[in-house]
Design a protein around this ligand. Sequence first.
Ligand SMILES: [Zn+2]
Ligand SMILES: [Zn+2]
Length: 359
Amino acid sequence: MAATTPNHTVTVSGWAAHDSSGKISPYTFKRRKNGVNDVTIKILYCGICHTDLHYAKNEWGITMYPVVPGHEIVGVVTEAGSDVKGFKEGDRVGIGCMAASCLDCEHCETGQENYCEKMEFVYNGIFWDGSITYGGYSQLIVADHRFVVHVPESLPMDAAAPLLCAGITVFSPLKDHDLVATGGKKIGVVGLGGLGHLAVKFGKAFGHHVTVISTSPSKEEEAKQRLGADDFIISTNPEQLAKAKRSLDFILDTVSAEHPLLSILELLKVKGTLFLVGAPDKPLQLPSFPLIMGKRSVKGGIIGGIKETQEMLDVCAKYNITSDIELITADRINEAIERVAKNDVRYRFVIDIAAASKE
Ligand SMILES: [Zn+2]
Ligand SMILES: [Zn+2]
């Protein structure tokens, strides 16, 4: 595999990690020339997802250095290839985690490219031409238009960026369980971070009763007062857990650290579903009793398909949902990454790439 191919003629300024220290520094590299199916996008903002840290520091052992992270990308189209449909110069667009898929397996044909076996990520992936993909910590990206979505006019670009990963990650399971079209259910959200705070916003917008389950008592006021959650359970408080047993229809677990599932499963009604979107390093213990005694299920999922991502953004425009963000300049990426590692962010850092382009 090659980092570039001869058609990589576009020089791009960005930011990359070069080794497992994970330290991000300015990096100039080449992208492919805009092809017939491509759009070239001037990047305005890019969110910092926890996954970026894992890759920057090679925590999963699969990083190809130098890595240009970033998969919550928004910007403006500056060029569209001759076969591109639905996008033109000047369009406000977004790119999430995917750069490519096979385009003709059962998953691709049903709008679930995210489950295609040949799906390639927008960074640290291998594109169709054999080149390594570089992500959104950069001023420009060339993307196949089938992996690009429109950002509705009413959404602010900076606060919309995190929707491309965090947003779709929590929207897709809600949609899968008929919790978007119809309200009135009792939903739990475990963990109040980048994913969790968006799950609360979606749950309330769709008319559900939302309970936040967290280890941090300090987050109760924020969850209820500002995000509109109906209830708050401290996950280490046996009395609160006992009181809420068998009360929830669906629980979305966004926690990526090791944590016990027993007490969470017991919060579910009979036939309730626990849906995991966090990715702890070590396997979680799955207790069988709460499953068999309550006919409960445990599932998991990763992001969503392209059509579904567009639907999510349109729903966000309808309900005026965006991420709460801390906007930073590119020279503060390392500081931001250290704070993300400590979960010290409300609720997503977004890099102001446009500001760097003006320098
Ligand atoms: Zn992400
Ligand atoms: Zn496929």
